[in-house]
Design a protein around this ligand. Structure first.
Ligand code: FES
Ligand SMILES: [Fe+2]
Length: 443
């Protein structure tokens, strides 16, 4: 049971809120590097409820700052990005990527005022084709040591999609594995599936059991079902502080990824998906199919996006959204061609989590035994934010970013009879060495 007060504590991320303070200790993936051209137009975006701009200067360096000019608050989004800085249109004050005022042509030089003013700039670095932003007051930690970040930048894909709900709701959609056999595969006919198809076990037994535990990076679960002949079909997944998940959407041995659910404000978040190009991925695989090769309806991987606009919420929007009921096809639903009537696995998740309202009423829910990962993750987040507030205890991953390296997700069938966390450790050790196991993706 989550009280209204706990719900507010978990979901509010703006300046000065407990969860906002916690999140500001971490690097946040914010834009694709490709969104910013040298001396090109600044991009509007938001993080943790703050309105920001990003631009790439003449030398290629990225600047991220409060969109308001520190003089009289005109928006620097309108500014001229030229010759090593952004120049405000109003009185011509100019700022470099660190926020230093480097020109103040409207004030006589002898008054020497430009050294007294700074734009509110945040640190930015680029890695894996992403601009990462640090908004904290203390020294920035290293980037999280996800296994996917072991790969060189040109081997990492990045995808972004805005989701119109609170970051926590999106995370909870990710770690709720029991929905797979319904929302995504309720119409799949198990008798027509080959056992090698990852969908097979999730639809032959739609009521998995779970193990759930705290982990060094946050929380971890293992969904498990019998795969017959003494074997178990395992699905491991993680929540990693402060807003990352690793879903079992690929074959465990060859599928490193990280999925960020970055708060734009309390009602919207940005999904940031980093995955390895050489692994088969949820983005590039064909749809799951029956033995005869017919694709299973509603499982397409493609996500139709609208063209980006310059608005605060204008980037990486899906074409199907609340305004058109996420493309819901009642005929497909009625005939059970697609259980949900919504075509696309990501879109189905998007529709469900957005349909709850941007912040679900936590006092309305009735969490059941299959929701243990959700309740444990809420407790983990609350504990971390309270420890930070009460005695300054830093949350996981700040002092030791390497702990993220122990986290991986995915599915596999195993006859290993050890305890679940031993099964995980053993499989991870094997996976971190080169493997010839082919990868398939299920979600
Ligand atoms: S408001 Fe920006 S220079 Fe005056
Ligand atoms: Fe899902």
């Amino acid at each position: 049971m989550t009280t209204a007060a706990e719900g507010a504590e978990l979901t509010q991320t703006g300046p000065g809120t407990p969860m906002g303070c916690l999140m500001r200790l971490y690097w946040m993936p914010a834009l694709k590097s490709s969104e910013l051209e040298r001396d090109g137009p600044p991009v509007r975006f938001m993080l943790l409820g703050e309105k920001l701009i990003a631009f790439r200067d003449t030398g290629g360096k990225v600047g991220v700052m409060d969109h308001r000019c520190p003089h009289r608050g005109a928006s620097l989004f309108l500014g001229r990005n030229e010759e090593g800085g952004i120049r405000c249109l109003y009185h011509g004050w100019k700022f470099d990527t660190s926020g230093r005022c480097i020109d103040m042509p409207s004030v006589p030089a002898h008054q020497d005022f430009k050294h007294k003013v700074c734009a509110r700039a945040y640190q930015a670095v680029e890695r894996a084709g992403v601009v990462w932003v640090y908004m904290g007051a203390r020294e920035a930690p290293p980037l999280p040591a996800f296994q996917i970040l072991d790969a060189p930048d040109d081997e990492i894909n990045v995808g972004m999609i805005q989701r119109d709900c609170n970051y926590l709701q999106a995370i909870e959609g990710e770690i709720d594995t029991a929905h797979f056999g319904y929302l995504h595969g309720g119409h799949a006919d198990a008798s027509r599936l080959d056992e090698s198809e990852p969908f097979y076990f999730t639809v032959t037994n739609r009521a998995p059991e779970f193990h759930v535990a705290d982990a060094p990076w946050g929380t971890q679960y293992a969904g498990f079902r019998s795969a017959g002949q003494g074997r178990t079909y395992w699905r491991f997944a993680n929540f990693l502080l402060p807003f990352w998940t690793q879903a079992p959407n690929g074959e465990f041995d060859s599928h490193a990824h990280a999925r960020g659910w970055v708060p734009i404000d309390d009602n919207n978040c940005m999904y940031v998906f980093l995955w390895w190009k050489r692994a088969n991925s949820a983005m590039s695989l064909p749809q799951p199919a029956y033995k005869d090769g017919t694709p299973i309806g509603g499982t397409s991987r493609g996500n139709r996006l609208l063209p980006n606009t310059t608005g605060w919420m204008g980037r990486w929007r899906m074409a199907d959204n609340a305004a058109n009921d996420w493309g819901l096809d009642r005929e497909a639903q009625r005939t059970n061609r697609i259980y949900s009537g919504i075509d696309g696995i990501h879109l189905q998740d998007q529709a469900i989590t957005e349909s709850m309202g941007s912040i679900v009423d936590h006092t309305f829910e009735h969490l059941g035994p299959s929701d243990q990962m959700i309740t444990r993750t809420r407790r983990r987040l609350l504990r971390a934010s309270r420890a930070l507030r009460e005695d300054g205890t830093l949350p996981p991953g700040i002092e030791d970013a390497s702990l993220y390296h122990g986290a991986r997700s995915g599915y596999f069938v195993s006859d290993d009879q050890r305890a679940w966390q031993e099964v995980y450790k053993h499989r991870l050790d094997a996976a971190l060495h080169p493997s010839a196991v082919p990868a398939r993706a299920a979600e």
